[in-house]
Design a protein around this ligand. Structure first.
Ligand code: AMP
Ligand code: MG
Length: 390
């Protein structure tokens, strides 16, 4: 058995990053930016008013000061003249501040009769002017790799990028193995159950930005599993589920080897999810997950998501961990890293009652995997622990 972090590093060694494609800005949210980008312009390109009011020269005017109104500067329509002492220009938010002006008196601090503007309340020290380049200057670098958030999309739009270089969505083929499995919606025979793992994993991968494909269920024969591998050939990543243990009907490793897979490991010191396989098969990376539904989903969070992030050019790092205080005590942990289904609420974390790795109902209630290190001692309520948000 190898530790979880070692298994993950071995998986990272098998990653081949996917290629780059260009997408329109409006399709780029959630995608991973693949190349650094440079601001094509300065924003704002001119000193701009931050308020509606009157632009004046000579700094903050005194209470009672009077100005002659000589023009108007609106957003998109600046005033072309040069302002001198004693003059003011009506100005609106986002409009260019006229040459010679260095202060905008907000309109609430003024009274106006015809073309004479009087300062009716002492303006504060704030000039209400956004200097040119206050947001960014031309040439400013926006660094990759980075998963693009809505705010990033807005910023890159302002930098005048209409199309963005992003990583291609990794294509993932999901293979269920087992004579006992039928697809959701079908009528299972007396000894059969519904295949659930592929659907949970597909949802997980889709949310991460992958294109995931569920292949027909492979029966527990070498030929059926080999056929599934053939169908999966064009994928960037093949994920098999089940058949990964050492039982008589656990055939995945053997068939993968026959098909020429380079296999990198098999057993990981974790709960749930001990049998795990990593390798490469043709042009694809392959991960073999355990069949128990909770194990498969936990391994999805702990191994598959970090792997697809690395495929998309993001740093090869474990699933991000947060910290919370135990709402109740937990027992000492054994020799395998334990990912306990848990609920985090109002900053406190509590493990779920039943930690059986077959219980999807428990996983569905949980919003966290509490990580118990190998050999961790018993912990009391109030102790800090790490968890992965799920
Ligand atoms: P295995 O690793 O094939 O021995 O499977 C371990 C357990 O997980 C068995 O109870 C299987 O019935 C179950 N299992 C395997 N694959 C799936 C699947 N795709 N969906 C739901 N349960 C599964
Ligand atoms: Mg099986």
């Amino acid at each position: 058995m190898i530790p979880v972090n070692e298994a993950l590093d071995l998986l990272f060694d098998l990653v081949h990053p996917v290629g780059i494609e260009e997408v329109p800005l409006s399709d780029a949210s959630g995608r991973v930016l693949a190349q650094d980008l440079i601001a094509k312009r300065t924003q704002p390109p001119f000193a701009a008013s931050a308020m509606d009011g009157y632009a004046v020269s000579g700094g903050a005017p005194a209470l009672g000061a009077r100005f002659r109104l000589v023009g108007e500067s609106a957003a998109g329509h600046g005033w072309a003249g040069r302002l001198v002492a004693g003059e003011c220009v009506r100005i609106f938010t986002g409009a260019p501040v006229p040459e010679g002006a260095d202060f905008v008196v907000i309109q609430e601090d003024t009274t106006r009769i015809s073309s004479e503007v009087t300062i009716a309340r002492a303006p504060g020290a704030e000039a209400n002017i956004r200097p040119a380049g206050a947001d960014f200057h031309q040439g400013h670098q926006f660094s990759s790799p980075r998963r693009l958030r809505p705010a990033d999309i807005a910023l890159l739009a302002a930098m005048n990028h209409a199309r963005l270089p992003v990583r291609r969505r990794p294509s993932v083929a999901l293979i269920s193995t087992g004579d006992e499995l039928v697809m959701p919606g079908e009528a299972p025979g007396p000894d059969q159950i519904i295949a659930s793992n592929t659907f949970g994993l597909k949802a997980m991968l889709k949310a991460e930005g992958c294109r995931a494909r569920i292949l027909p269920i492979a029966r527990d024969t070498d030929a059926a599993i080999a056929q599934a591998f053939d169908l999966a050939q064009s994928a960037d990543l093949i994920v098999t589920i089940g058949g990964a243990s050492v039982g008589d009907h656990d055939l995945v490793a053997g068939v993968a080897a026959q098909e020429g897979a380079m296999q990198s490991f098999h057993k990981v010191a974790m709960r749930p999810g001990k049998p795990l396989m990593g390798g490469r098969l043709g042009g694809a990376m392959m991960i073999g997950l355990p069949g128990n539904p909770v194990s498969a989903m936990v391994c999805g969070h702990v191994f598959v998501l970090p792997v697809v992030r690395a495929m998309m050019g993001l740093p090869a790092t474990p699933a991000p961990r947060l910290r919370a205080q135990l709402g109740r005590a937990v027992k000492a942990n054994g020799p395998r890293e334990h990912y306990m289904r848990a609920v985090v609420e109002n900053g406190a974390i509590a493990d779920c009652e039943d930690q059986d790795s077959a219980l999807l109902s428990v996983l569905s209630q949980a919003n966290a995997l509490m990580v118990r290190p190998v050999g961790d001692e018993a912990r009391a309520a109030g102790d800090w622990v790490e968890y992965i948000a799920i």
